[in-house]
Ligand binder design. Sequence first.
Ligand SMILES: Nc1ncnc2c1ncn2[C@@H]1O[C@H](COP(=O)(O)OP(=O)(O)OP(=O)(O)O)[C@@H](O)[C@H]1O
Ligand SMILES: [Zn+2]
Length: 639
Amino acid sequence: MAFDPQTAHSIATAKVFMVGAGGIGCELLKNLLLTGFRDIQLIDLDTIEVSNLNRQFLFRSEHVGKPKAEIAAQSGLELCPEAKITFYHESVIQAKFNVKFFSQFDLVLNALDNAAARSHVNRMCLAADRPLIESGSSGYLGNCKAIFKGKTECFDCQPPAPQKTFPGCTIRNTPSEPIHCIVWAKHLFNQLFGEADPDQDVSPNTADPSLLVDGQNGTGHHNGAPHQNGSSPTGIASTVAISTREQAVSCGYNAITLFEKLFRDDIAYLLSMEKLWEKRRKPVVLDVQAILREPQAILQEPQPLDSDRSNGDGGSTAGDHEDKRVWGIGENARVFIRSVRGLKASLEKLGNLVWDKDDEVAMDFVTAVANLRSSCFGIATLSRYDIKQMAGNIIAAVASTNAIVAGFIICNAVQVLRGNQSGCYNIITRMFRDAVPATAPKRRIRTTGVSRLDVPRPGCVSCSERVEIGIKLRIASITVKEFEEKVVKGYLKMSAPDVELDDASGKIIISSDDAGEGKNRDKPLAFFGIQDGTRLKCEDSLLDDYEVTVTLHNDDHLAEDTLFLPLDAHVEGELAQPTVEPFEQAKGIKRKLEEEILTPGMSGNKRVALLASNSDAASEPNGNGNGLSEDVIDMSHRF
Ligand SMILES: Nc1ncnc2c1ncn2[C@@H]1O[C@H](COP(=O)(O)OP(=O)(O)OP(=O)(O)O)[C@@H](O)[C@H]1O
Ligand SMILES: [Zn+2]
């Protein structure tokens, strides 16, 4: 009833593909059906967890453990029996969902939670020339935008936001906050049980700039730092020259020996770097035998791990309560010993482990290690629950954000079906502190800013026509594995790459058939006769015609921590900016509405209605008929 007959017909006959049936996906499927969409295919690889139920309302407790895709389809059909809903309980990153598959849809809607899948669907839609509506939420922040091949910015046009990192010296030598010890604990996990990463060294760093005296490097005699293989002034032999992993292997992962190395010997070694502690509080060494002898250590033995422990965002359970208690030092020591034993057994059975916040033993290990290290440095210890939030970068999902984002997906979708690309917007919703009027108590306001879609970024490896790129790297040292992971998969975003020499030999360097298991992966590129100026042909076997030719430029002077540098790499700060700063505009309009329109004393609910109806009215003169004004509207309402 709300749409003109032509739009209503387009909606009823449109064939849409919805990718992801989680927080945004559940809202979106409901919206699609209520808007009149009747031909929907949806995909989700996951099964339903208890912690999903608070916001993923298509699922009920009896569905826990069942596929999200199946139950979403089933609940959707209950809501709208005349709809045709097809579901797939699997990953969208598969050869069977090829360009031909994507080509059958009028519209693809992403409701995903990870960059790899988003980037993949983005590529598939570009290859199939199908409009994509991309969306995401993180706490109170939500975003939705439409992507049209060659006309607007694609998902890969903007590089991902950099992850927050800490200086290596803070992590290895001078932690001062719980998060420093948590990061160290995760690095230690990888060193001991996972794939060792040289950037994640956990042993004392003798090259710490704080040790510099008279411009000398921190390994000399004049700076207070002992030689790497020498004895520290405490008389404890330094252990830093041997890798943490080698030491663990040589002691058979004996938990007590490891404890003594990590929380006694290495701390003593740090103490011997006297310069570090001139202006800082000195750490203390822990005595594991004394800690374990303490009666409270036995009394405070942690509860056995139970299976109903909350996974972070679910309801409250007995395990949940236990998770929020801060352990005593004896408990930390005992959990350390127990988790080292558990992880050692898993390592022997499964090979290298990957840290996962939802793996109970891995999480126990990180909690105990972080707290023990905090105890050495006089930093507050935290509960397992808090450490899990920080270690897992968990940001609580907010149902209202998902609902708003899913609403805007429909706004954009309807414009796509009307063939009105200029009626599609980049929409960002978030909370901020209310500053108006200045005298009133501060309140939190949700504001939604809407800006025009940006044009594609020239040189974007996903959406630009150019398929030739240049890359600077150290050909003699970068391995095939690093090239595949960081350049071909990471930078070129290929899911299942085939790489060969672009010459008469056509020698294969990386094959998608090997699935990352091929031999010679640890050899440097130079091993294959690759040299300065060699060209490589890279193809994604999951895409029919996505091929990039990469010219390799040798550069032995790249910064130590830089593996490669794309020749068209844009400098930070030069990134395309949104054409309007959505929040500034939204804030301005909100202020205007408050000053000019709202009657003082009006109740909260009426304000919401007035703001909403005023937004609708605002669209009239501009005449794009989508309920959104030409450049920006404000949908703010008060909480
Ligand atoms: N490659 C993929 N193929 C299909 N579905 C995917 C893929 N990657 C992620 N998904 C799905 O996308 C959905 C994203 O939803 P959401 O962000 O709400 O995640 P969630 O796992 O349900 O929630 P939370 O992470 O907060 O517990 C998930 O249901 C997830 O299974
Ligand atoms: Zn792009």
